[in-house]
Design a binder for this molecule. Structure first.
Ligand code: ZN
Length: 143
């Protein structure tokens, strides 16, 4: 088992905000040292996931997941503490962390963009069908 001082030293070398951003979590800066985003641990619709850059801790108000970088890696990788430590050590050394795929991330995120329907477009569409109907003999007979 790693010594506590070593773990603190390791923790100081990495940034939890950077770690989550590497994992595809978009974090938006709030007041002070707080960052908020969609939780990577549960299907989150509104940002209920908070990371404190100064304290290097995270907390989700949706699924109650919380902790430091070691807990974050453990939760994402579904691994034990020892494996999490070696992952963080690699991150500290290279400044890069490999992307951990989670179950939630495998699901495609579909964004539905609702475009406002303008009356102008509707008018053009109506006129188009009107003309088409007049050109078509069957249409005429039907009318
Ligand atoms: Zn959550």
């Amino acid at each position: 088992m790693e010594k506590r001082e070593n773990l603190e030293e390791l923790k100081a070398k990495v940034d939890l905000v950077v770690f989550f951003e590497h994992q595809g979590v978009k974090l938006i800066k709030q007041n002070g040292d707080e960052y908020a985003g969609l939780c990577p641990f549960h299907p989150d619709k509104k940002p209920s996931f908070y990371v404190n850059r100064k304290k290097q801790v995270f907390k989700c108000f949706g699924c109650q997941a919380e902790g430091n970088i070691f807990e974050a890696v453990k939760l994402l990788m579904h691994c034990d503490f020892k494996k999490a430590v070696s992952y963080v050590a690699g991150f500290a050394e290279t400044g890069k962390c490999s992307v951990i795929s989670t179950e939630h991330k495998k699901k495609p995120v579909i964004q539905i963009v609702k475009e406002p329907v303008s009356n102008v477009n509707l008018g053009i569409a109506a006129e188009h069908y009107h003309k088409k109907l007049y050109k078509n003999k069957t249409g005429m007979t039907y009318l």
